[in-house]
Design a protein around this ligand. Structure first.
Ligand code: ASP
Length: 415
C-alpha cells in the first residue's frame, strides 16, 4: 500500500488536481491520498491558508471579513465547477462562513483549507473522505498522541481508497488543532506509519530534495538518496521541501519516503530511508538560514537561558570553549543589542548566517571538513565559527549574512 501526500501547488487548481488524479489512478497501490489546501498558482498568487488566517483575524476583531472570505470561497467554487463537484462543497462553505461570523479560532479557520479541499477531491476521485479530527489526536504542544495510530488503523480498510485532509487533528480540549506551517507532511507520515505503508510518497513541485537551494546556487542537484537523520538535519538547517517533524513517524515504522514532482511524475525524486552507502557520496547537502546573532558569554556568568528568555531569545545551538560559550540565537529584530550587552555582561555579533553541511561521510574522518574550510577560505568567505564533531552527520559554520550565498555556492560545488 502507498500513502501519497500532495502539497499545495499540486492541488492549487483544477488542472493540477487532474494531474494528481492521473498519478493516483495509475497505480492501484495508491490507497490513501493526503492533501494540502490549495497553494499558489503562480508567484503573485495567495495561498488559501494565508487567506484563511487573514480572514479569521478580521472576523475575530469584528471587522468585515467578507472581501477575504469571498476570495477563498471563489477559489473553491471555481475548482469545484471545473471538476463538476460543486454539490460536494457548497453546503460545507456555508458552514465555514457561519463559523467565521461566530469568531472561530485561528486553528479551526486554517484547518478548513485542507478540509474543504479533501472533501472536494474525495468527491472528484470517488474515494471516501476521512476527517482527521476523528483520528489524529494531538497533545498540548501539538505532539502526536500514541492513540492516533490505532485510531487511523481502525478507520481504514486496505480494500478501500481514501482522501484525507492534512495539517490538523483534535487537541486535548476537543477542538481542532493544527500542526505548524507545512504540517500536512506530518499527516502523511502518520497515515503511512498507521497503515504500515510500503512507501510514503510526498508529491511537490520539485523533483526531490536538492543538494543546495536552486534559488541560491546553480551548483545544486537532486539528491537520489538521503537518510532520515541527514534529512532531519537538512530540514532543521533550512531546507524546506519536507517538514522536519514529518520524518519521525515514517522512520519509526521503517517506511521509505519518496519526494516526487507532480509536474514531472516520471522523475525518480529523492528517497529518504534508514541507510545509504556513503563511500562514494560522503556529503549530501548544504542548507542554511540568515538572521542569527552570536552571544559570547563567560562561563563564570552561569546559566543564561532565563536571562535571554527575558529578551525573547532562545538558544538555537551553542559552541563551548574552555572559558566561554557562544550561544547562537535567531534575531527577532526587536532586541536592543547594546543594552543586552551591558545588562548581561556579554558580547554580541549580529547579522550572521548559519550554514550546515550534511552527510554521514563527515563523521568518519575530517577530510571533508578540511576541504570545506579550505574552499571557503580560498573563496574569501570569513568563517566566524566552525562546529565539527558535534553531530555525526553535519558540520555547522557561521558567516556574515552578506557572504551567505557565496558560502552556500562554494560548498554546493564540493557535493
Ligand atoms: N496548508 C498548510 C500551510 O500552508 C499546511 C500544508 O500545506 O502542509 O502551511
Amino acid at each position: 500500500m502507498i500513502v501519497c501526500k500532495f502539497g499545495g501547488s499540486s492541488v492549487a487548481d483544477a488542472a493540477q488536481i487532474k494531474k494528481t488524479e492521473n498519478i493516483v489512478k495509475s497505480n492501484s497501490d495508491r490507497c490513501i491520498v493526503v492533501v494540502s489546501a490549495p497553494g499558489k498558482r503562480n508567484k503573485q498568487d495567495e495561498k488559501i491558508t494565508d487567506l484563511l488566517y487573514a480572514c479569521q483575524k478580521l472576523a475575530a476583531a469584528g471587522a468585515d471579513f467578507y472581501p477575504v472570505w469571498n476570495k477563498i470561497k471563489g477559489r473553491y467554487l471555481e475548482i469545484a465547477s471545473v471538476l463538476g463537484v460543486t454539490s460536494a462543497i457548497s453546503s460545507e462553505l456555508d458552514i465555514v462562513e457561519k463559523k467565521f461570523a461566530e469568531r472561530c479560532t485561528a486553528d479551526y479557520a486554517a484547518s478548513r483549507g485542507e478540509y474543504l479541499n479533501a472533501r472536494l477531491i474525495a468527491s472528484y476521485f470517488g474515494f471516501e473522505f476521512i476527517d482527521c479530527a476523528d483520528v489524529v489526536r494531538l497533545g498540548e504542544r501539538g505532539e502526536i498522541l500514541p492513540e492516533t495510530y490505532a485510531l487511523v488503523a481502525a478507520r481504514t480498510d486496505s480494500s478501500k481508497k481514501y482522501v484525507v485532509p492534512g495539517f490538523y487533528g483534535k487537541g486535548p480540549d476537543g477542538n481542532i488543532k493544527t500542526f505548524s506551517r507545512g504540517g500536512s507532511d506530518i499527516t502523511g507520515s502518520i497515515f503511512a506509519k498507521a497503515v504500515k505503508a510500503d512507501v510514503y510518497e510526498n508529491w511537490t513541485d520539485v523533483s526531490g530534495i536538492y543538494t543546495a537551494d536552486p534559488r541560491i546556487t546553480q551548483n545544486g542537484k537532486p539528491i537520489a538518496e538521503i537518510t532520515y537523520t541527514e534529512m532531519r538535519e537538512m530540514a532543521y538547517l533550512g531546507a524546506n521541501v519536507f517538514h522536519e517533524e514529518a520524518i519521525a513517524p515514517a522512520k519509526d515504522a521503517g517506511i521509505s519516503i519518496n519526494i516526487k514532482n507532480t509536474n514531472r511524475p516520471d522523475d525518480a525524486g529523492t528517497f529518504i530511508r534508514a541507510g545509504r552507502d556513503s563511500s562514494d557520496i560522503p556529503l549530501v547537502g548544504v542548507a542554511g538560514k540568515c538572521g542569527f546573532a552570536r552571544i559570547t558569554v563567560c562561563k563564570s556568568c552561569g546559566c543564561m537561558k532565563d536571562r535571554l528568555a527575558a529578551y525573547g531569545l532562545s538558544p538555537a545551538f551553542r559552541l563551548d570553549g574552555i572559558d566561554t560559550v557562544n550561544i547562537f540565537v535567531s534575531d527577532p529584530g526587536t532586541v536592543d543589542w547594546k543594552k543586552l550587552e551591558s545588562d548581561l555582561n556579554v558580547s554580541c555579533m549580529t547579522g550572521l548566517a548559519v550554514v550546515g553541511v550534511v552527510g554521514q561521510g563527515l563523521g568518519c574522518c575530517c577530510t571533508s571538513a578540511v576541504k570545506i574550510l579550505a574552499a571557503l577560505q580560498a573563496g574569501g568567505v570569513s568563517v566566524r565559527s566552525f562546529n565539527y564533531g558535534g553531530s555525526a552527520v553535519s558540520a555547522v559554520f557561521s558567516v556574515p549574512e552578506t557572504e551567505y550565498e557565496k558560502a552556500v555556492d562554494i560548498v554546493a560545488s564540493l557535493i
